[in-house]
Design a protein around this ligand. Structure first.
Ligand SMILES: [Zn+2]
Ligand SMILES: [Zn+2]
Length: 370
């Protein structure tokens, strides 16, 4: 397939400004590259950090987005495992599959020079032609096409029985939900507090129940998110209207929960998670918190016998486990993961998609890019 010279994409126009732009179509630059024609791409909570300026580093005119699924349309000479026409999903970062980190399952910390996150080209690199940029300066996937470096290890073929929408969730937020639960040591009989009912929090409710949790409280203040949390089997707690800690303690013979998953990224949420667990419990923190210090002291952590885990999800590693499980699960028996997708729009409507998501009028927005 001859690729068009230009394509439509959502680009970063400065703080709180996303622009529908016409940009050059990516080309194969390195022999490990794969060009994917994006079928659909999603807007993620972590797209909002640079959008609001909480995280710097995205240059003006950089294409945003890192959650996508699509079809291979061009390949570098070294790509061995993929063919033109393959339907592929991708994690939000590229990885080599061979380094110490990849081999130990920490694919999100791959040490290869081409390992990077989609949609992160800084202002300085944006001035250069794409082929002259740093190897890990990658354009985003809110576009008709995206270049995926290290294609063999990064892209994952999607089995026919897995839908595009399921595959897009696996590339980031569904894998992140299972990572959060696994970091929390969630297993049979555990009592779990989920702080934050955004898309990752909602999927975490499903994940912890799949792993055997016996009780799940879900904390938020937005009515439609709490309603979905309840429909997913959690006891939904509006922290503005009830005493979360008293409710959790009342349900655990006064002890507190075994595990708190924090999926917001604020110190208030992290503190609530910390306060909600019993001594010897675990806080698994996934939200990106840009504050300078922890909202609990070393002495408090000591007093709580705290286990604390945090970090970015090694999504490629989790996709490897979760994709075959999902493919093998009959459609009627699948957990309702895709119910978190509240809005399906076209890439051309992406600016409005950002607005809805940013205003929390949408839970999850998926953009069709074809
Ligand atoms: Zn994401
Ligand atoms: Zn690696």
């Amino acid at each position: 397939m001859a690729l068009p010279s230009h394509m439509q994409a959502l680009t970063f126009g400065g703080r709180e400004n996303i622009v529908l732009s016409t940009v050059p179509t990516p080309q194969v630059i390195r022999p490990d590259d794969v060009i994917v024609k994006v079928t659909c791409a999603a807007i993620c909570g972590s797209d909002l950090h640079p959008f609001h300026g909480r995280e710097g580093g995205i240059g003006k005119s950089c294409t945003t987005g890192h959650e996508f699924v699509g079809t291979v349309v061009a390949l570098g000479d070294n790509v061995k495992s993929l063919r033109v026409g393959d339907r592929v999903a991708s994690p939000f970062t590229t990885n080599c599959g061979n380094c110490f980190y990849c081999k130990s399952g920490a694919t999100c910390r791959c040490s290869h020079e081409q390992a990077g996150g989609f949609g992160w080209v800084d202002d300085e690199q944006m001035l250069l032609p794409e082929k002259d940029r740093k190897a890990n300066a990658l354009q985003g996937a809110h576009a008709e096409f995206v270049r995926v470096p290290l294609g063999d290890a990064t892209c994952m073929k999607v089995p026919d029985s897995v839908t595009d929408e399921e595959a897009i969730l696996l590339g980031d937020i569904l894998s992140t939900a299972f990572f959060a639960a696994e970091n929390g040591g969630v297993g049979p009989g555990k009592a779990v507090v989920v702080v934050g009912c955004g898309p990752v929090g909602l999927l975490s409710i499903l994940a912890v129940q799949q792993l055997g949790a016996s009780k799940v409280w879900a904390v938020d203040s937005i009515p439609d998110r709490l309603a979905m949390a309840a429909s997913f089997g959690a006891e939904a707690l509006n922290f503005k209207a009830c005493d979360v800690l008293a409710t959790v303690r009342a349900g655990t013979e006064g002890r507190g929960a075994d595990v708190a998953l924090e999926l917001v990224g604020t110190s208030q949420a992290l503190r609530l998670g910390f306060d909600s667990i019993r001594p010897g419990g675990t806080v698994s923190s996934i939200g990106v918190n840009t504050d300078a210090a922890f909202p609990f002291s070393p002495q408090e952590a000591y007093g709580k016998q705290l286990t604390f885990k945090c970090g970015r999800c090694p999504a490629r590693h989790f996709m490897e486990k979760l994709m075959p499980q999902l493919a093998a699960c009959p459609a009627e028996a699948r957990p309702p993961y895709t119910r978190v997708i509240s809005h399906r729009m076209h890439l051309r409507e992406g600016v409005e998609g950002y607005r809805l998501f940013n205003n929390r009028e949408a839970i999850k927005v998926v953009l069709s890019c074809a």
